[in-house]
Design a protein. Structure first.
Length: 308
């Protein structure tokens, strides 16, 4: 009777359902093997994407022109639009007039310096002669003292004029720097493409007011696209930065060569639950692959299969 009870308990233990964690650990290798490629790697699905560039206004004002449209191809250095610069142009003309005025003042100060130098030399020569005559009794001490005072005053006047020249030169430098800043502001009023690419979106139009930093256009270089895939924790160890990848598109016989450029440092959960023994099998890591697209065959949003 005792032996019969023991056998019943053993049969009950064998009949218990398998825990979810154990089942998941058993199924995951099977899934990875199922998506294994012929080269021994794994295939993942994803969508083609691109890193867009937002062109923003670097100057404030009314948009004079922004003729480009969504889908237009643009070249690096191409002017895509223009913000009104009437105020800046007027400011520059005013600065140029101030610079011309300083130039006139500088010329006048230099003439005064030449005159003061000549007068000082004459006074100093006269003083030297008077001192010789004074030693011989041919001049008075009073006359010598008057000339000495005139020479001292002339030296001080010359020093003041030379200081004035330095002040004018400093003002010219400051005004020149201001003109440079105005030129930069005028240059920044042009919207210039930093890359060869395609206009993806247009946020503002001619006649609208744009503040500095206002997004105007979104563009991207379609000669290189990226695709992000999610690799399970169990397969992450075989994925390395710089590793070659093969990208294929349904309906296109051509295969595209890519390369791993980024691997997430933190895992994501599917579903996003508290990390427990049961959910460790759902850990996935984002991986980005860069794919050259010189012929423009690949498009943004295109579903692809990535082989690693």
């Amino acid at each position: 009777m005792k032996r019969s009870t023991t056998d019943s308990r053993r049969r009950a233990r064998r009949a218990r359902p398998v825990p979810a964690a154990v089942f998941a650990l058993a199924v995951l290798p099977a899934l990875l093997i199922a998506c294994s490629s012929r080269k021994g790697g794994f295939a993942y699905t994803g969508r083609m994407d691109v890193d867009p560039i937002i062109l923003s206004a670097q100057a404030s004002g009314v948009i004079d022109s922004l003729p480009v449209k969504e889908g237009d191809a643009v070249r690096r250095g191409e002017v895509l639009g223009q913000i009104n610069t009437d105020r800046l142009q007027a400011q520059r003309r005013e600065q140029e007039a101030q610079l011309a005025e300083l130039d006139v003042r500088k010329s006048a100060a230099e003439a005064q310096i030449r005159q003061a130098e000549a007068q000082l030399r004459f006074t100093q020569d006269t003083l030297a002669k008077t001192e010789r005559l004074l030693a011989e009794g041919g001049a008075t001490r009073q006359r010598r003292d008057e000339l000495a005072t005139q020479a001292t005053v002339g030296e001080q006047n010359l020093a003041a004029l030379q200081s004035n020249i330095k002040l004018i030169a400093a003002q010219e430098d400051a005004l020149g720097a201001g003109i440079d800043l105005t030129d930069i502001a005028i240059r920044d009023a042009r919207i210039v493409s930093p890359i060869n690419g395609i206009i993806l979106d247009k946020f503002h139009y001619q006649g609208e007011l744009a503040a500095m930093g206002t997004p105007l256009l979104e563009l991207a270089d379609l000669e290189e696209l990226t695709v992000e895939i999610y690799v399970p924790l169990a397969a992450l160890g075989s994925v390395k930065i710089g590793e070659a990848a093969t990208v294929s598109v349904e309906g296109i016989s051509q295969r595209f060569a890519g390369r791993v450029i980024w691997i997430a440092s933190e895992a994501e959960f599917t579903p996003k639950t508290i990390l427990t023994q049961e959910t460790q099998t759902t850990l996935v890591y984002g991986v980005k692959i860069r794919v050259p697209n010189p012929d423009g065959i690949l498009k943004i949003g295109m579903p692809v299969e990535v082989g690693l």
